[in-house]
Design a protein around this ligand. Structure first.
Ligand SMILES: Nc1ncnc2c1ncn2[C@@H]1O[C@H](COP(=O)(O)OP(=O)(O)OP(=O)(O)O)[C@@H](O)[C@H]1O
Length: 469
């Protein structure tokens, strides 16, 4: 490793770390080794072909940004890939592969396109018009429909086919983090853009809108700003809750909204909460938000989670056994982003360790993610802790055995799983050898009664809970 390369790469990492979640940073950037710096060309070593492709596919913009910062605009990146020679059994080789895609043509990564930092000018408007910030990866085809999102998806699809002329104007999609709001509204935008070349579709985050507005005031170009927005045919604004308390932004948007709505132009918005709960939002704007259709996105149910995992694997060209898919779908029920995060980590682990994605790997990956981010307890941890305490095996907990030594720990584990995780009764039953939910209810009831009446049982449960913390 060359010292200059390390220094430059550390500067790149500063930028990278600021722009992506910790988990992605650890997975995709920590394993990289800076090898050498040759003039303005930095060579980094990556653990596999898959790794390299993933970086190019998902982080090419971020790498460009990091290179600009660390080396300058002329900075170049060279990958050195460790190649697995497989059956030939020889030691891994290192080959040099130049960056194949230019940052301009590759798919956008997860980093927000730069907010207009320079003074607001008409040329910025032109660039906005060309780009429109839509990510082509978000489509209806890869948006899985389920009870959790049916209303929003159907309304979105109806709008995509007839923008501005349905009763769903505006369409307000709301829901918690990572449930697909951005994906859905961008799918509408992409569909319209692809099928109506003449329509001007603009996707913008509410934060970016506010920044543009502030710049417009600063540079005395508010008129340009307003007339730009009034030319839009389909305006998609993400995360409007950000406008809470921003009176001037709200006022300006109110005028744009009225103009577009009156001209039968389509407006689509997302928010992390229902319009009625948007505190700090002017009443007149709130009532406009509710004028069309408001649809919420809920946490996906088991079937939808399974379909999302299948679709994601299919799009990555990866095959894993059904039992692993089932395990993942039963184990992660928070939101889709987390589900995707686990799949990506699994792929990275499989690639790094050169092994298949099996149940063991899934179990370990899930445990590490949960431990790393200090999140809630997993069902695997509950089973391990209970098995350890009662000196039985996890297999005993999952078995059909009716022996007392297995039944009592199993019931305690089910009780704790219900109390300490977010899993449904159905998923808990799945993790205990495929039992049905009535068995889980019975176990929970039995242990609740025992805890109320028997101090020793209460003490055991408390002790187990503190071990889980
Ligand atoms: N129904 C779905 N089918 C397929 N992928 C989905 C679905 N819902 C969400 N996703 C994926 O989950 C990830 C998170 O979704 P998205 O960013 O749209 O969530 P969000 O609700 O906008 O979150 P936030 O409030 O944090 O911005 C994305 O990669 C998206 O493609």
């Amino acid at each position: 490793m060359q010292r200059e390369a390390v220094t430059v790469w550390n500067r790149c990492l500063q930028v990278i770390q600021e722009n992506i979640p910790d988990q992605s940073f650890r997975t995709w950037f920590e394993p990289i080794v800076p090898l050498r710096l040759n003039g303005s060309e930095l060579t980094i070593q990556v653990p596999s072909q898959f790794f390299y492709e993933w970086l190019e596919e998902n982080y090419v913009h971020l790498l460009r940004k990091a290179l600009n910062f660390a080396i300058g605009h002329h900075g170049q990146l060279q990958y050195s890939i460790i190649v697995d020679k497989g059956d030939e059994g020889s030691k891994p080789l290192t080959v040099n592969v130049p960056t194949t895609k230019s940052p301009q043509t590759a798919k956008p990564d997860n980093v927000d396109a730069d907010i207009l930092k320079s003074p607001f000018e008409m040329k910025d408007l032109d660039s906005l018009q060309l780009d429109s910030y839509l990510n082509p990866a978000y489509t209806f085809d890869n948006f899985i429909e389920g009870d959790c999102n049916r209303l929003g998806r159907s309304a979105g699809f109806a709008i995509a086919q007839n923008p501005g002329t349905t009763a769903f104007n505006p369409l307000m999609i709301y829901g918690g983090v990572g449930l697909g709001k951005t994906h859905l509204v961008q799918a509408v935008g992409n569909y319209i853009k692809n099928n109506n070349q003449d329509k001007f579709v603009l996707y913008v985050s509410s934060e970016k809108f506010t920044n543009q507005f502030i710049n417009a005031i600063r540079t005395d170009s508010l008129r340009d700003f307003m007339s730009f927005y009034m030319q839009v045919d389909v305006l998609i604004i993400d995360d409007v809750q950000f406008w809470a308390g921003k009176e001037k932004t709200q006022e300006t948007f109110f005028h744009i909204f009225n103009h577009l709505h009156g001209a039968k132009k389509q407006i689509i918005m997302t928010s992390d909460r229902a319009p009625r709960d948007l505190q700090g939002m002017q009443d007149r704007l709130q009532s406009r938000f509710k004028q069309g259709l408001t649809a919420d996105l809920q946490q996906p149910d088991l079937e939808t989670r399974t379909a999302i995992i299948q679709k994601k694997l299919q799009s990555e060209g990866i095959f894993i056994e059904n039992n692993v898919i089932e395990y993942l779908a039963h184990s992660i029920n928070t939101n889709v982003r987390e589900l995707e995060g686990v799949i990506v980590s699994l792929m990275a682990q499989a690639s790094l360790n050169r092994r298949e994605i099996d149940l063991d790997l899934a179990r370990n990956t899930l445990r590490n993610i949960v431990v790393d981010s200090e999140k809630e307890v997993t069902i695997d941890t509950v089973q391990d802790v209970v098995a350890d305490h009662f000196k039985v095996t996890v297999a005993d907990l999952k078995s059909k055995s009716r022996k007392k030594e297995a039944v009592f720990p199993r019931q305690i584990a089910m009780f704790l799983a219900k109390e300490q995780t977010e899993l449904s009764l159905k998923s808990i039953g799945y993790h205990f050898g495929g039992r049905d939910h009535s068995t889980v209810i019975h176990a929970i009831q039995t242990i609740s009664d025992l805890v109320s009446n028997n101090p020793q049982a209460r003490e055991t449960v408390e002790k187990l809970k503190s071990t889980l913390k």
